[in-house]
Design a protein around this ligand. Sequence first.
Ligand SMILES: NC(=O)c1ccc[n+]([C@@H]2O[C@H](COP(=O)([O-])OP(=O)(O)OC[C@H]3O[C@@H](n4cnc5c(N)ncnc54)[C@H](OP(=O)(O)O)[C@@H]3O)[C@@H](O)[C@H]2O)c1
Length: 199
Amino acid sequence: MTIGIIGSGAIGTAFARTLSRAGVEATISNSRGSESLKDLVRELGPSIKAGTREEAARAEIVFVAVNWTKLPAAMAGLPDWNGRIVIDANNPIEAPLFKPAELGGRVSSEIFADLVAGARVVKAFNHLRAGLLATDPRSDGGRRVLFYSGDDTPAKGEIAALIERLGFAGIDLGSLEVGGKLAQFPGGSLPNQNLIRIG
Ligand SMILES: NC(=O)c1ccc[n+]([C@@H]2O[C@H](COP(=O)([O-])OP(=O)(O)OC[C@H]3O[C@@H](n4cnc5c(N)ncnc54)[C@H](OP(=O)(O)O)[C@@H]3O)[C@@H](O)[C@H]2O)c1
């Protein structure tokens, strides 16, 4: 299984850190090219490599964490997705104004899915602040909970397995329409809930 990361900011780096802790390999990218990621990958450890956006997008699982308004540009001109899995870690709001994006009554993941036509989208890794996501998920006598949702059951199964491998406890929230909405910030009831599964 190969993993690519598009977006090397707070959330992309937090995800890479959890992969690195578990010794899972990935290629991380941003808009500025791999040279700008030299120091970051050195700090993250040997399992994380720097690459271009196109290289990251060729992986079997592509994790996307980009500012909401920059997503169309970040997803443009990439090779066909052909059923590969894309993790949507994005929320429809952005610094510095933190004004919620206009979604026209849709769930943000459904809008995101339109940008990656042909991919199997799983919403995950978006309900906690980056600083907390990056820390060891084995905490307080249990495992930190991560939610995931999506419309393709096998794709969700693969992300559930990755979540477990990284040491988190995964909870399936159902479809993008239902689960995506529950975990979305703003709008959902689950963002920032730091839950620990005991046992
Ligand atoms: N921060 C949090 O605690 C948090 C929590 C949950 C969810 N989220 C969501 O996660 C997403 C990312 O947030 P963040 O806080 O990580 O943002 P961030 O720190 O500002 O990082 C954004 C990243 O997106 C990259 N990017 C922008 N345009 C791109 C393009 N055209 N091609 C490739 N990469 C591009 C940037 O690369 P360059 O710097 O090279 O332009 C940067 O690495 C957002 O949707 C946010 O709502 C954030």
